[in-house]
Design a binder for this molecule. Structure first.
Ligand SMILES: [Zn+2]
Length: 275
C-alpha cells in the first residue's frame, strides 16, 4: 500500500521534473553533449590506434582498426564499450566487428526460442484438454491436476476451505463444505477457471444462491456461487479468465464471498487440487 503511494507520487512528479530540465537546460546542454560525444569517439579511436601500435599490429592496421572502430561507434553508440574489451586480444576489435551480424543472429535465435517456450506455457487450456483426454476428471491424480485451472478471482485468499468443518450457518459440527470459499467483496469480477461452456445460470435451490456452472469437458465442471449478478448466458462459450459474474452473498451465505466448486464426473472434489 505504502509502496503504491510512493510510486504514485514519484510518477506524478516525474514529468514535471523532466519538463523543467528540458526547458531550462536545452540551450546549455546540447553543445556540451556534442562535445562529449566527439571526445568519446576520439578517445575510442585513439584507444584502438594506441593499442594497435603497442601490440605491434602496425600503423596501417591500426588505422584500419580505428576506422572500423569508429564505424562501429557511429552505427551502434551503445556498443562503444566493446572498444575497451578489445584490449584483451590482438585482433579482437577487428574480429568483433566482423562477427557482429553473427552475434545479432544468435540473439534473434534466443528470442525466438523464449517466445516458443512462452507460447507453450501460455496455453493452459491446451494442457487441461490434454490431461482430460487421457483420462476422465475423476481419475486424475492431484499431482497432475494441480495448476491446470486458473484463478476464479483476481487475487485468491481462502476464507473457508473445502471439506468437513463446523457449519457457519448452524454452528454444528460435521458440515461438509462442498467448495472453497474465497474472500471477495460483493461486486468483484468472477472469472472462468478454464475455457468451457456455460451449462447453468440461475438460482441454486440448495444454498448456492445465484450460480454459474461451466463445463470444461470430459467430466470436469466448475461452479461459482452466491453471485450478485451474471455476465454470461446459458450455452455461452467462455474462455479462461472471462468474467462470468459478479460476486455476492445470495443463497446460504453469511457475507460477501465466492464459493467455488470443482466437480469431477458429478462429484465435488477439492478445488485446491486443481488450482
Ligand atoms: Zn462455501
Amino acid at each position: 500500500m505504502s509502496t503504491q503511494n510512493v510510486r504514485g507520487r514519484r510518477r506524478s512528479s516525474d514529468p514535471v521534473a523532466e519538463v523543467r530540465t528540458a526547458g531550462v537546460a536545452s540551450a546549455k546542454d546540447r553543445p556540451r553533449e556534442t562535445h562529449r560525444e566527439v571526445r568519446r569517439r576520439k578517445s575510442a579511436l585513439r584507444q584502438v590506434a594506441d593499442f594497435a601500435a603497442a601490440s605491434g599490429v602496425g600503423q596501417k592496421a591500426g588505422v584500419a582498426l580505428a576506422a572500423t572502430g569508429l564505424a562501429l561507434t557511429v552505427a551502434l553508440p551503445g556498443t562503444s564499450p566493446v572498444m575497451a574489451t578489445s584490449e584483451s586480444g590482438q585482433t579482437v576489435s577487428a574480429m568483433s566487428v566482423g562477427s557482429q551480424p553473427a552475434v545479432s543472429a544468435a540473439e534473434t535465435a534466443k528470442i525466438d526460442f523464449s517466445r516458443a517456450a512462452v507460447a507453450t506455457k501460455a496455453d493452459p487450456d491446451g494442457k487441461l484438454k490434454q490431461l482430460l483426454s487421457a483420462q476422465s476428471a475423476a481419475s486424475v491424480q492431484r499431482a497432475s491436476s494441480q495448476g491446470t485451472l486458473g484463478s476464479p478471482l483476481g487475487s485468491l485468499a481462502t476464507a473457508s476451505p473445502y471439506g468437513y468443518r463446523i457449519s457457519p450457518l448452524t454452528g454444528g459440527a460435521g458440515d461438509f463444505h462442498r467448495g472453497q470459499d474465497f474472500v471477495a467483496q460483493c461486486g468483484t469480477q468472477v472469472n472462468a477457471a478454464a475455457a468451457g461452456k456455460v451449462t447453468f445460470v440461475g438460482w441454486h435451490p440448495y444454498g448456492g444462491g445465484n450460480r454459474v456452472v461451466v463445463d470444461h469437458g470430459n467430466g470436469l465442471e466448475t461452479t461459482y456461487n452466491h453471485l450478485s449478478s451474471f455476465t454470461v448466458q446459458m450455452g455461452q462459450t467462455v474462455g479462461r479468465g472471462d468474467v462470468v459474474a459478479l460476486s455476492g452473498t445470495t443463497g446460504a451465505s453469511t457475507g460477501c464471498h465466492l464459493h467455488f466448486e470443482v466437480q469431477a464426473n458429478g462429484e465435488v472434489v477439492d478445488p485446491m487440487g486443481w488450482l
